[in-house]
Structures are given as structure tokens and as C-alpha cells.
Write a protein that binds this ligand. Structure first.
Ligand code: 13P
Length: 268
């Protein structure tokens, strides 16, 4: 009896992390192609029990509204943004503010993607500002980070990841992590077909959790969803998602093909 009570207490206190498959469409698909893709994905997952797992897509700004309002969208598929500006509003031609997104009903934004860091010079300190602006506008942040190939080869990958997390996120109070999803995306695995092995992903995800536990607490670290991104495909998703600290994936190329994306959703 005592054993049963103990077991049920442990189970009750064991946080079930939400699992997520998210598609980052990057700068792909026009309006018609986007509407077709959301229709195809929706049709294919219609009968699928998501069991509380989340499915998200991140179209370019100009098509977010169409995808979101499409009558063909399975409403379990959440629609987010790939970026936003750090300022609340103002003379920033060509930019998009957090409150424009939240006003449209967008709930999540990707920040820190390596392509933004690399091609648009987004630094850790800029990302810290963006994270704060997103949060003050009620947006969930899907925060991306990860090392480059030379950093891994030099054995610096843990230090790089610790720095990226620390500088952009660790000024936040612990409860902020209720609306932060982490996405570890080693730069050398993005769009290259050279995915991290499931063991490499697990090793880094366990390190990230340990880093969170050291800065905040063990219980917080066990509640944060940590996604893996970088050449996830239907044929490697099951093995990667099977690792204990991997809570799903952020998918680039394979999210543009309905069949592949749905196969990855089903691999969760
Ligand atoms: P790929 O899946 O194309 O490697 O892209 C990953 C990614 O950058 C998702 O944000």
C-alpha cells in the first residue's frame, strides 16, 4: 500500500514535458503553396490522435494570416512567426513588431535561429532584448541555439551552448520558462543532411537540462521542452525522438512536404 502511494506521488510530481513537432518554413512557399501545404497536412493528421503533443508551423510573415485563417487548417496546428523586432514600434522600415503578431492571434515566435545570427548579425545581447519584448507582449519563445562545426571540432560545443543560453535567457525569472521552448540546432546539421546522431543530440540535451538545473532548479529543468533541429527526416525522427531528453523537433526542409512532416509528427 505504502509503495503504491509512493508511486502515485512520484508519478503525480513527475512533470510530463510537452512534445512538439514544429515546421520552420523559412523563406519558402508563396500564398497558394502555403494554403495547399496546410490543407495537405491537416487532411493527413485529421484522424491522428496527437495525445497532447503540439504541432506548430512557422510560415513567413506575409503568409501567416492566410495559413492561420484558412478554413482548411486543422485547428490543433498552431501558427507562429519566424522572427520579430526587438522594439515595440517605430521607424524600422520593413520590420514587424511583437504586438502586431499577438494582435493577429500569433502565440509563438522563433528567436535566435542560426540563420538570423549568421546573416542578420543577431547577437546574444540583441536576442536578450528580443526575448524580453516577446515576453512582454505575451508571446511564447521558441529559442534556437547551437554550435558551429569548428566549435564542435574544437570541443567547445558545450561552452558555446551554455553562453548562448546564459546571455539571452538566464536573466529571466524561473517562471518565464513556462512559455519558453528550447531548440538545440547544431549549425553543421542544418540543411546539410548531416544530422547529429541520436546520442550526440541526447548528450547535448542532457547538458542543457543540467545547465538549467544549475541555474534554476531540477524541477524547472524537467519541465522545459527541448527540441532538436537539423536534418530531421522521417527516417531518423523516431530514433532521435526516442532519446529521453529530446522532446521533439524543429524541422526545416522536411516540413515543406506534407507527407514527410506528417510522418515526423507521427514519430513523436
Ligand atoms: P533542416 O531540417 O532543413 O536541416 O533545418 C532545420 C532548421 O533550421 C529548423 O529551424
Amino acid at each position: 500500500m505504502a509503495g503504491w502511494i509512493l508511486k502515485s506521488v512520484i508519478l503525480k510530481n513527475t512533470p510530463m514535458r510537452t512534445k512538439i513537432v514544429a515546421g520552420n518554413w523559412k523563406m519558402n512557399l508563396n500564398r497558394d503553396e502555403s494554403l495547399q501545404l496546410i490543407l495537405d497536412i491537416s487532411t493527413a493528421i485529421q484522424q491522428h490522435d496527437l495525445k497532447g503533443n503540439r504541432v506548430m508551423v512557422f510560415p513567413p510573415f506575409v503568409t501567416i494570416g492566410y495559413v492561420m485563417d484558412s478554413g482548411n487548417r486543422d485547428h490543433r496546428i498552431e501558427v507562429g512567426a519566424q522572427n520579430m523586432h526587438q522594439e515595440e514600434s517605430g521607424a524600422y522600415t520593413g520590420e514587424v513588431a511583437a504586438k502586431m503578431l499577438s494582435n493577429m492571434g500569433v502565440n509563438s515566435v522563433i528567436l535566435g535561429h542560426s540563420e538570423r545570427r549568421e546573416y542578420f548579425n543577431e547577437t546574444d545581447s540583441l536576442l536578450k532584448q528580443k526575448v524580453d519584448t516577446a515576453r512582454s507582449n505575451g508571446l511564447e519563445v521558441v529559442f534556437c541555439f547551437g554550435e558551429k562545426l569548428d566549435e564542435r571540432n574544437a570541443g567547445n560545443h558545450f561552452d558555446v551552448v551554455e553562453r548562448q543560453l546564459g546571455e539571452a535567457l538566464f536573466h529571466l525569472p524561473g517562471d518565464a520558462f513556462e512559455t519558453i521552448v528550447l531548440a538545440y540546432e547544431p549549425v553543421w546539421a542544418i540543411g546539410t543532411g548531416m544530422t547529429a546522431t541520436p546520442d550526440q543530440a541526447q548528450e547535448m540535451h542532457a547538458f542543457i537540462r543540467k545547465t538549467l538545473a544549475n541555474r534554476y532548479s531540477e524541477s524547472l529543468s524537467n519541465k522545459v521542452s527541448i527540441l532538436y533541429g537539423g536534418s530531421v527526416k522521417p527516417d531518423n525522427a523516431t530514433e532521435i525522438f526516442g532519446k529521453p531528453d529530446v522532446d521533439g523537433g524543429l524541422i526545416g526542409g522536411a516540413s515543406l512536404k506534407a507527407n514527410d512532416f506528417v510522418a515526423i509528427v507521427k514519430a513523436l
